[in-house]
Design a protein around this ligand. Sequence first.
Ligand SMILES: NC(=O)C1=CN([C@@H]2O[C@H](COP(=O)(O)OP(=O)(O)OC[C@H]3O[C@@H](n4cnc5c(N)ncnc54)[C@H](OP(=O)(O)O)[C@@H]3O)[C@@H](O)[C@H]2O)[C@@H](O)CC1
Ligand SMILES: Nc1ncnc2c1ncn2[C@@H]1O[C@H](COP(=O)(O)OP(=O)(O)O)[C@@H](O)[C@H]1O
Ligand SMILES: [K+]
Length: 529
Amino acid sequence: MTELLTSAQMRAIEAAAIASGMVTGLELMERAGRGVVEAIFEEWPALRAAPQRAVVLCGPGNNGGDGFVVARLLKEWGWEVALFLYGDPARLPPDARTNYLRWCGTGEVRDFLGEIPEGLFDAGPSGDGVVVDALFGTGLARPLDARVRARLAEFRAQGQFCGLHSVAVDMPSGIDSDSGRFLGEDEGWSGVQADLCVTFHRPRVGHFVGEPSVGRLVVKDIGLDGIADRMGRGAACRESTSAADLICRWSGDLRKSGGHKYTHGHALILSGPPGRAGAGRLAARGALRIGAGLVTLGCPPDAMPENAARLDAVMLRPVADGNALAELLVDPRVNAVCLGPGLGTGAREMDLVAAALGDAQRRAVVLDADALTLVARHPELFALLHEACVLTPHAGEFARLFPDIAERLAAPAVTGPAFSRLDATRAAAARAGCVVLFKGPDTVIADPAGRCAVNAALRERAAPWLATAGSGDVLAGFIAGLLARGFSPFDAACTGGWLHVEAARRFGPGLIAEDLPEALSVVFRDLGL
Ligand SMILES: NC(=O)C1=CN([C@@H]2O[C@H](COP(=O)(O)OP(=O)(O)OC[C@H]3O[C@@H](n4cnc5c(N)ncnc54)[C@H](OP(=O)(O)O)[C@@H]3O)[C@@H](O)[C@H]2O)[C@@H](O)CC1
Ligand SMILES: Nc1ncnc2c1ncn2[C@@H]1O[C@H](COP(=O)(O)OP(=O)(O)O)[C@@H](O)[C@H]1O
Ligand SMILES: [K+]
């Protein structure tokens, strides 16, 4: 897991480090600026070989201060550097002002809103260079002024046209670092995209949720590890409740060490009528491949012939109605139930959801697809949700289940910190009283106590092939299989989501849902299981 911080947490860590006397703000700014220059050379090694051109855009706060350091260091490398300032130099915060004055000793400061000089973007002596956006970082508090937005877009577009790389310091300016959302109307969007974003100490939430606006993200150490450890994660978290973990591996024990099939749990997947049972079969195969000891598909009696013809290792039982399900659940070895994929939304299905949720043992239940629609439609089903449940809505299902929360998320973000997918998922989990996994390329998982994790399929971990019919059904099966294996609901959702993306990435382009369970064995082998 990698810790994702909010801007408030980052500020608290910085303030504690400075207060402890271990470092000054000016030293941190110097390390940040040096980190940006290092990252530029690491990303484009050819730039190190000979002097180039840099256009550095500095803002009115400490993000601008980092920009002055970058400009000075690149100039020391012999680069041609043009620097533009947005704001009044007399009102710069102290460390930024010190670096402004240092820069003034070596170069000119141009007005960001003034004329763009002729030939500015001509590549440097060796035909290459960068545009550095150090306008706003974690201090962005409101939408960019229209003139600033237009000018930033112009700098970026002209730089791109002339082949210069775009680099954002800490955050692309205009993006709220707590939500990853563009503040204000979104016409200026293309203006904030960056090839490379260099942030400091730990990534922020906004680097992994919201709109992907960065080609590559690099996190540079600026010597705050000691202080963060001394403050403790708890202390940092008290500053704000919006931080999360980035899921970088599985949690819980995926290894199978001995035992027999019943040691590894028994997942029951309920499926729909003839012709619609494919989704349930996908979920069942997912549950089996992820390691549940036994998997049973429960289907309407008239769907038995179709399923019997299609299943081997997955067992099959007729489940006509809620009573039939209750009878199956008398067996305590059935320890996880999954309903929703291809289930239908009629009276039988409502009865099944009620039986699964009303079960006295309160066993683990994954609710997906049609089951979510039923829970959204019937408050009496919603009221039966309990802490062993996992809800796996995509955006449409989320809006049906939690319309007011979805509406808040869809409203334009006008002030930072803006309402984020994290906030939305946390609010949903608290209301439902169970784990919610909110699907998307930036999947967020939250539990009712406020714990939150992000499973990001972005940038180097992009898996766009997951946008294929049935992939969500397989995910529901993965989670059910892990629940059967004894994972907690939160760990099952995090690990299932993580493996889902890993499986898609191992298979790659051309992926269809059927391939996902099969790709798991390769993932497991690569993990050394
Ligand atoms: N924390 C750390 O450990 C480290 C932090 N470091 C660096 O500091 C950065 C944070 O600095 P920061 O807090 O000064 O904020 P920053 O992003 O420069 O902007 C604030 C200024 O912008 C203004 N302003 C805001 N919105 C605006 C708008 N829409 N339009 C116009 N103005 C607007 C706001 O003014 P006000 O709201 O008061 O009017 C204020 O003047 C961080 O991103 C990182 O780069 C590193 O040096 C190393 C260690
Ligand atoms: N562009 C994408 N990048 C990464 N993951 C994606 C993308 N689009 C969809 N997914 C993932 O694919 C799955 C789709 O689930 P869902 O919308 O329920 O589809 P279906 O109902 O067809 O099974 C979710 O896990 C979602 O997170
Ligand atoms: K920036």
